[in-house]
Design a binder for this molecule. Structure first.
Ligand code: ZN
Length: 484
């Protein structure tokens, strides 16, 4: 049990941003014998082959073609998302107040922002670098030391703070990066034209540069380039405290971004496991696929989000490259034979707030992956897809639990309804249980990390065969015969 969680924690510690999550995933795919391909090139695929491609470096799609692939056969796909709520740097970050150099940030997604106060913060993301010879590259940046901090206000200055910590993002979420006086006095990090700190104004709106030199120098030092080479960036704040196993019996995982890196890791480990040398891939007639999307936390509408053409493009091209164009309706028939597991974390019941859960549906740590239901289609699960997922887990000996939100509370949503709408593919929404969702530091269970990997592997290995026994797709006549 612990092996999976230790490996998962190593993955979380690599995956500070969607870019780093994709890099961590690609590294493991390459180690497992997957070959990188590009959406810009022609694809030559073969049965038994294992491939992956990335989009924007923040989304990745990997797939393994069954050794016994039949043109028009379906995909069994697990989808997850690489992004998590965080403060991102604004285009012009420079801000100065009360002799502190600060960095302007904007909210990405719906975070529990009060949890970001008093954390030791690093910076990470992607930087566009323009070299002297005119070449432009993008480099991944990770400043893994506490270079910034958002201090909380002392209780003495607001006695009401414990009655509800209201965060005004614009007003309260600019981290301190350096002392203006210290910086201006030198330490070799600030140019001579930095204004006299005594004359610094409350706002730096009229300053000519977009960023404090100290920030640009941190970036340039880390990337080993000149400050002038930094053309642009997409950076976010990150908690530098490493993810870890915790609890008296080492039963928990404490980490940022468990939503949804835990699902990214579980789907990756399951795909690698189910397509390795000793797996059943050689007998598989379909395609085993994983897609990790960006931008779920802000609605999935982007070129690399679940609302994009990415899934459909990939599936069509795989089908066509493997002879699907030789049969009538190859790509469409393939999609109707497919199954998507939309994997996103679920809310475990909280011991101090147990009344927030529907009494008959309280997901618990250690009781397995949660199947999420919602009659109003906030989740894509239906009776057939829930049964498929549950049955495959039970056959593999892993537990499973069910969730529906209280009828007097609103329900979250996932990539599930978006994917099923776009592709017409049968979809189930599931996820391992966790606490503190969207906090800077979340909590889940080691047992469920193992359950998730085993359950997703069971889906990859068993779906195609189980689906052939189903009698529920298509026209009325199909109700009384298998749907293959
Ligand atoms: Zn999520």
């Amino acid at each position: 049990m612990l092996f999976r969680s230790v490996d998962a924690v190593a993955y979380f510690n690599e995956a500070w941003t969607p870019y780093h999550a994709v890099l961590a995933t690609c590294r493991r795919l390459i180690d497992a014998g997957y070959e990188e391909i590009s959406e810009r090139d022609a694809w030559t695929l073969k049965p038994g082959g294992k491939y992956f491609f990335t989009r924007n470096m923040s989304a990745v799609c990997a797939f393994a073609v069954g050794g016994a692939y039949v043109p028009g056969a379906g995909f069994v796909c697990v989808g997850a998302h690489t992004d998590s709520p965080c403060p991102k740097l604004k285009p012009n970050t420079k801000s100065t107040a009360e002799r502190f150099l600060q960095v302007r940030t904007q909210n990405y997604g719906g975070g529990l922002w009060y949890t970001w106060f008093d954390r030791d913060l690093g910076v990470a993301g992607r930087v566009v670098v323009k070299k002297k010879d005119g070449t432009v590259t993008h480099e991944l940046l990770k400043i893994n030391r506490p270079v910034m901090r958002i201090p909380s206000l002392a209780i003495h200055l607001n006695r009401e703070m414990n009655n509800g910590f209201a965060v005004n993002f614009q007003q309260h979420m600019a981290p301190i990066i350096a002392d203006a006086t210290e910086s201006a006095l030198g330490a070799g990090s600030v140019p001579k034209d930095e204004p006299d700190p005594k004359k610094l104004k409350e706002s730096s709106d009229k300053d000519s540069t977009r960023h404090h030199p100290v920030l640009l120098e941190l970036i340039a030092d880390e990337l080993r380039c000149d400050v002038g080479d930094v053309a642009d960036f997409d950076l976010q704040l990150c908690d530098v405290q490493p993810s870890t196993i915790g609890g008296a019996r080492n039963e928990y995982i404490f980490s940022g971004r468990l939503d949804n890196l835990a699902s990214c890791y579980a789907s990756l480990a399951a795909l690698v496991k189910s397509t390795g040398d000793k797996s059943s891939l050689s007998e598989e007639t379909g395609v085993r696929m994983l897609v990790h999307y960006d931008h779920e936390e802000v609605g999935s509408d982007s070129a690399q989000g679940a609302g994009s053409s990415m899934t459909e493009d990939a599936m069509r091209r795989v089908s066509m490259a493997l002879g699907g164009d030789a049969i009538e309706g190859g790509a469409e028939r393939s999609r109707r034979s497919s199954f998507i597991v939309s994997a996103d974390m679920a809310h475990a019941v909280h011991p101090n707030y147990a009344d927030k859960h529907e009494p008959g549906h309280k997901p618990r740590f250690g009781d397995g992956v949660v199947i999420k239901h919602n009659a109003n289609q906030r989740y894509a699960t239906d009776a057939v897809t829930a049964w498929l997922f549950r049955e495959l887990g039970e056959r593999a000996g892993v537990p499973v639990q069910e969730f529906v939100v209280r009828s007097d509370l609103g329900c979250g949503s996932t990539i599930g309804p978006i994917l099923s709408t776009r592709t017409g593919i049968r979809t189930v929404d599931v996820g391992a249980p966790q606490l503190s969702m969207h906090s800077v530091r979340e909590m889940s269970s080691c047992a469920d990390m193992k359950h998730a990997v085993e359950h997703f592997a069971a889906v990859y290995e068993g779906f195609t065969k189980l689906d052939k026994t189903l009698m529920v797709d298509g026209a009325i006549g199909n109700l009384c015969r298998p749907c293959d």
